[in-house]
Design a protein around this ligand. Sequence first.
Ligand code: 5RP
Length: 231
Amino acid sequence: MTDPAGQAKRLSGAEAARLVKEGAVVGLGTGSTASHAIQELGRRIREEGLHLVGIPTSYQAADLARRNGIILQTLDDVDRVDIAIDGADEVDPHKNLIKGGGAAHTREKVIDSLADLLVIVVDDSKLVGRLGEKSPIPLEVIPMAVVPVMRRLEAMGGQPAVRIAVEKDGPVVTDQGNLVIDVRFPMIEDPETLESALNDIPGVVENGLFIGLADLVIVGDRRDGTIRRIE
Ligand code: 5RP
């Protein structure tokens, strides 16, 4: 039997994939929920003859997309991104997000911010009243700057920790060859200001606050298997 969270993610991802139109340039998000969208796009290509071009946000997305028959290009090759479909770790009532649970937030922010329509796919466990309730904010940091960035985050009132890999000894290394610091703050009052302040720290490449980017959130419900839209 499919677990309820897995089923909710599958429904949400598949629903987003159905929004993709013929000939679209599609940003392909990273994570387990976005993976369902990539698989559904593959099904539509095979069974409906849909044509599209994918712009992957990570090695994971690129690999899955190739295995599903999606033609990939880079941002150098396209003049627009029609739609991006991506997951999130937290979604607040204003559709602001924390992303980066898969350490892919730098490429995700580049591609998601270019999309005419950014669709976020989640199960209902990701909905929060205020960003930071459950998830830390991930920062991608160049390796030589990790110690000063940690000190600066502490001076800002944060509790930073270098993210440690699970099936590898040592730190998580991003697709760009950088490290990830996850930082928790006691209370995030103004996520927009914090997003800029974090990126202003020398050595930080990008952080996982995505403010004002999402156009549509598709939420799969773990209890009853329904989906709903937050517009
Ligand atoms: C990767 C991300 C993911 O989209 C986010 O972590 C959600 O993942 P999942 O759908 O597996 O819960 O931001 O960097």
